[in-house]
Write a protein that binds this ligand. Structure first.
Ligand SMILES: CSCCC(=O)C(=O)COP(=O)(O)O
Ligand SMILES: [Zn+2]
Length: 229
């Protein structure tokens, strides 16, 4: 922690979360990127580095319109995250307080087990921890939670069109799955974005383990990762 900044400042929170997510296997091999909005400033991790080793001074700071507020004053030759344009697009469209991009294995597996453009979840208690973005209200555990899946692209900014369509088609979602790649997830605060990532990782993991057990139907009629076999 850098004592020059409050403990809840993005320069302290982002490196802490990067270490946590690396240890959880969600930011392996430099994959993934985190961003937090603080006032009018968006703090974003640098590109292509070992995310678990990021220091408070390594972050880029931009406006939601992509103007530089500050760049790292280090000799490390840091570059902006490839995810920056995707993050900023989400900040402009949804006005969240934080957007995370993670390569969690359960999310990637969930996208590979369906050819459809959605994953469905229902009848799981942890669904109650997820908010509907448009109202802020929480889901019931019996709700049919529909998560959009978009196809991967060769560059991160190539994801923007698919992300915009997914956000328009599913205004309640606070997560978009990218096939074979990972998730983009957001919350009103970084704490809420963290809860979203943890809840969905748990839910995807449960769904995958039920599927691995060869179960096609469960109590309440759902095991459905989009209807494809
Ligand atoms: C091996 S990770 C390839 C790029 C990627 O998908 C990612 O999430 C990290 O991008 P960044 O530019 O932020 O390092
Ligand atoms: Zn990625």
């Amino acid at each position: 922690m850098n004592p020059d900044f409050p403990s809840d400042h993005p320069r302290n929170i982002i490196p802490e979360l990067c270490r946590l997510y690396y240890s959880q296997g969600w930011m392996p091999g430099s994959g993934g990127s985190l961003s937090i909005k603080y006032g009018q400033e968006v703090y974003i991790t640098p590109s292509g580095v070992q995310k678990e080793r990021i220091q408070p001074e390594d972050l880029f700071v931009q406006t939601v319109d992509g103007e530089d507020i500050s760049v790292p004053q280090t000799t490390k030759g840091l570059r902006k995250s490839q995810c920056s344009p995707v993050f900023l697009n989400i900040y402009r469209l949804k006005a969240p307080g934080a957007v995370f991009h993670l390569h969690s294995k359960s999310a990637v597996l969930a996208t590979l087990l369906t050819k459809e453009n959605t994953v469905h979840l229902s009848n799981l208690q942890m669904i109650k921890g997820i908010r509907k973005w448009s109202t802020g209200g929480y889901h019931k555990f019996t709700d049919d939670v529909v998560i959009p899946v978009i196809d991967n692209t060769h560059t991160e900014d190539g994801l923007i069109d698919g992300m915009v369509k997914a956000m328009n088609d599913y205004p309640d979602t606070c997560i978009v799955l990218v096939r074979g790649h990972g998730i983009y997830a957001w919350g009103q605060t970084w704490e809420q974005a963290k809860l979203v990532c943890e809840s969905y990782d748990y839910l995807f993991d449960v769904m995958l383990q039920v599927q691995a057990a060869g179960v096609r139907e469960v109590h309440g009629g759902v095991l459905d990762s989009g209807g494809s076999t």
